[in-house]
Design a protein around this ligand. Structure first.
Ligand SMILES: Cc1ncc(COP(=O)(O)O)c(C=O)c1O
Length: 364
């Protein structure tokens, strides 16, 4: 069976360096909020081109802490509306809910699957105070338009960059540096994945950085002195050390993903299948095709030895957890949820395997 994603193989490339990092970590006796986190934060800020980076427990917390920090800073208040695309992973919406802001779901664009600029504009109301574009599947949202409209309506812009490490716009500006603040996830399957949970906030906003750095540590940076109602959400030293080992390889890994994507784009010739739009920003966290007979196609691939995934099978507004959103009608998003299928893609996938997958798809 061709696996959807071989996380073990991705990480075995770094086994020797991980072992050395583990030894040095044990010797240091510093397990939380130490030098290794500080070093990774500096490296990741440099990579994204931002002034600041803050390592946190996971991507969901990164989003939640940004929103919470803006509440502390008085730039948002409970009940304010945050626009977010409807076909995102549920975490983007949970973050908004967790700090008592109101998620307003925006339809995705039918070509890029990222936020529809026209629907975004049409849903801005008196209570709208922020927009949360998600760089879904590794492709940048149209940040030029998002930022222009946000400026016109005085909205905060928060990138959900959980799937887009290293993607950059036509000016070379990278995800994480295209808004007021951005959230990253280092969940093991991500383009930059830790060996457990992890996340980061990147920003050029010193005030946001300062407040969020307190919020991730119970509400204060000085031991036993607390200024805010914080949480415990720090990126572990050992995960920071592992991420520092992997970061220098991220862009080469993204290039390998792009080469596989190009092979899929050139090789898949099946009138039942719609291929993704290939713009230069795409770092192909997922290679997502569309097919009206998606479930049959998935079964066909499985029977022929190819494991696939669906990002995501149930739209957030149809989830029981988000009952108040169940009444929404979002036809574009709903159609996409019924049709999308993610093919195997990773920096350790061979061209031979990719060709094999193409041949099977072309027989469907
Ligand atoms: C778009 C998006 N946002 C947020 C998250 C949440 O990240 P984490 O799993 O690290 O909490 C994810 C993770 O899968 C994601 O894909």
């Amino acid at each position: 069976m061709i696996p959807f994603l071989d996380v073990k193989k991705i990480n075995s490339r770094f086994e020797k360096d991980y072992s050395e990092a583990l030894k040095s970590f044990l010797n240091s006796g510093q397990f939380i909020l130490g030098d290794k986190l500080e070093q990774f934060e500096k490296e990741f800020a440099d990579f994204c081109g931002t002034k600041f980076c803050l390592g946190v427990g996971n991507g969901l917390d990164a989003l939640t802490l940004i929103l919470k920090a803006y509440i502390v800073l008085g730039k948002l208040k409970e009940g304010d509306e945050v626009l977010v695309q409807a076909n995102t992973y549920i975490a983007s919406i949970l973050a908004i809910k967790q700090v008592n802001l109101v998620p307003i779901l925006v339809e995705p664009c039918t070509e890029t699957y990222n936020i529809s600029i026209s629907d975004f504009k049409s849903k801005i109301g008196k209570k709208t105070k922020a927009v949360l574009p998600v760089h879904l599947y590794g492709q940048l949202s149209d940040m030029e338009q998002v930022n222009r409209i946000a400026q016109d309506y005085n909205l905060l812009v928060i990138e959900d960059a959980a799937q887009a490490h290293g993607s950059s716009d036509k000016y070379g500006v990278r995800a994480g540096n295209l808004s007021n603040a951005a959230a990253f996830s280092f969940y093991p399957t991500k383009n930059l994945g830790a060996l457990g949970d992890g996340g980061a906030i990147t920003t050029n906003d010193y005030d946001l950085y300062t407040v969020a750095s307190k919020l991730r540590n119970y509400g204060g940076n000085i031991k036993y002195k607390y200024e805010h109602i914080g949480v415990n959400s720090r990126l572990d030293e050992i995960q920071a050390a592992f991420l520092s080992i992997k970061l220098p390889y991220l862009q080469a890994d993204n290039e390998k993903r792009k080469i596989i994507a190009k092979k899929y784009l050139d090789g898949i010739k099946n009138s039942k299948i719609q291929l993704p739009k290939n713009d230069n920003s795409h770092v192909f966290y997922a290679f997502v095709i569309r097919c009206v007979e998606r479930d049959n196609l998935q079964q066909f691939l499985f029977e022929n030895g190819v494991q696939t995934a669906i990002h995501y099978p149930i739209p957030p507004h149809k989830q029981k957890a988000l009952e108040e959103l169940n009444i929404l009608k979002l036809p574009v998003s709903e159609t996409l949820h019924n049709q999308v299928l993610s093919l195997p893609i990773s920096p350790v996938q061979s061209m031979g395997v990719t060709q094999k997958i193409i041949n099977i798809i072309n027989q469907f």
